[in-house]
Design a protein around this ligand. Structure first.
Ligand SMILES: Nc1ncnc2c1ncn2[C@@H]1O[C@H](COP(=O)(O)OP(=O)(O)OP(=O)(O)O)[C@@H](O)[C@H]1O
Ligand SMILES: [Mg+2]
Length: 250
């Protein structure tokens, strides 16, 4: 059965795109068929996967606004990718008057859903319409949360948006869980925030193991690779693999 997992947090820079690529790789490494979807006009995921966004002939924009067949680039680090570029930034305005706008991503994915066990959707850092499309298409929501006080602060707003989507357009949406990101156990604020995440969010969904703070994540994306292809012995890889195993139980 396909699981469409949308990674969403309106807070910028928490590690959504990094987690999408690295978790996708961990799932693909466990022999699952994985499709990544870049729903952020910044195109970080598209870039992390080694593509040049300005050179793309077709992107998710064409599928959402012009009903094109989904453009799928195959076999990049064992995964497939629906890329994007800056053209998607006008989509929110254009979608305002579009019929059935919330379901546009869900409908675009429909013909290929059965080909994949996991479809991971990387949302932009906003509560806007593109994120709503991501949540409407999803079977599950995965929330990366930075273990910083400031980042945790916005979680209430995020959960309000999820509740609105559940009430109005996607009753079946489930919270897969929360992934604490950039955790540095030497920093007491990180430890306190992680405890708070466990205390306050565990009634809502699984709290997955914390992804450690490490500049090697950034170094790996700089050379357009998942961390596991860059530093295969990094402790973060075991954590990503544990999260992947957790997602197999959904
Ligand atoms: N575990 C980590 N440890 C240290 N740095 C990290 C980690 N994960 C991601 N980063 C770095 O944090 C920065 C933001 O990451 P990323 O682009 O994945 O976040 P994002 O939430 O997708 O951002 P945006 O909100 O802009 O879409 C990048 O420089 C990335 O390399
Ligand atoms: Mg991103």
């Amino acid at each position: 059965m396909s699981r469409i997992i949308t990674l969403f947090n309106q807070c910028g820079g928490v590690g959504k795109s990094t987690l999408t690529m690295n978790l996708g790789y961990a799932l693909a490494n466990r022999s699952h068929r994985v499709l990544l979807v870049d729903l952020d006009p910044q195109a970080s995921l598209t870039t992390f996967m080694g593509l040049e966004p300005t050179e793309l002939k077709a992107t998710i924009y064409n599928s959402l606004l012009e009903d094109w067949k989904l453009p799928i680039l195959t076999s990049i680090h064992k995964m497939d990718l629906v890329p994007t570029n800056i053209n998607l930034s006008v989509a929110e305005l254009e979608l305002i008057s579009a019929l059935n706008r919330e379901s546009r991503l869900k409908n675009a994915l429909n013909p290929v859903t059965f080909e994949y066990e996991y479809i991971l959707v990387d949302c932009p850092p906003s509560l806007g319409l593109l994120s709503i499309l991501g949540l409407t298409a999803a079977t599950h929501l995965l929330v990366p949360i930075e273990t910083e006080f400031k980042s945790y602060f916005g979680t209430g707003l995020l959960l309000d948006t999820v509740q609105r989507v559940k009430t109005h357009v996607n009753q079946n949406l489930k919270i897969a869980g929360f992934v604490p990101m950039k955790f540095d156990k030497r920093r007491s604020q990180h430890t306190r925030t992680l405890e708070q995440i466990h205390r306050e969010l565990s009634p809502l969904g699984t709290i997955f193991p914390a992804v450690p703070d490490s500049t090697l994540f950034s170094d790996a994306t700089e050379v357009r690779k998942p961390l596991a292809c860059y530093k295969s012995k990094h402790p973060g890889i075991q954590v990503l693999s544990e999260i992947a195993i957790g997602l197999e139980k959904l």
